[in-house]
Design a protein around this ligand. Structure first.
Ligand SMILES: Cc1cc2nc3c(=O)[nH]c(=O)nc-3n(C[C@H](O)[C@H](O)[C@H](O)COP(=O)(O)OP(=O)(O)OC[C@H]3O[C@@H](n4cnc5c(N)ncnc54)[C@H](O)[C@@H]3O)c2cc1C
Length: 100
């Protein structure tokens, strides 16, 4: 099995975390943060590891025109910051991974 650098960081952080968690989410793109919003609201107190690409692929684009609820469009990084804020509002703990 090929283990990438990000996986090593996650494994290291998990090993350093002595606490037991109900739920751990890997990745901070739309999928990960949506999982954070839903499971946070379900009071599962999720722990989310961001991965190296903090906010996921939409951090690298400009206007997103097809996201429901934004008829004028929204900038990708702003959308991802809002998703993170919403996940954290419901108790998701976000742990940032930085490339060394
Ligand atoms: C330039 C660009 C413009 C785009 N514009 C649009 C658009 O206008 N409309 C649209 O609908 N879609 C657009 N997309 C596509 C959209 O960005 C993706 O469909 C969406 O980001 C997928 O979300 P995701 O959460 O599944 O994955 P991603 O956004 O890719 O997030 C994956 C997350 O997982 C983390 N991760 C991955 N592997 C590991 C690992 N081994 N260990 C730890 N963490 C890991 C990453 O660091 C990242 O945080 C665009 C994409 C790009 C690149």
């Amino acid at each position: 099995m090929d283990i990438g650098e990000q996986d090593c960081h996650v494994a290291l952080l998990l090993a350093m975390t002595s606490q037991v968690h109900n739920l751990i989410i890997i990745g901070s793109g739309p999928a990960g943060l949506t999982a954070g919003i839903y499971t946070g609201r379900a009071a599962l107190e999720p722990l989310l590891f961001s991965g190296i690409t903090i906010g996921g692929q939409l951090m690298y684009t400009t206007e997103v025109e097809n996201f429901p609820g934004y008829p004028q469009g929204i900038m990708g990084p702003q959308l991802m910051l809002s998703m993170r804020e919403q996940a954290e509002k419901f108790g998701t703990k976000v742990r940032l991974l930085q490339k060394r």
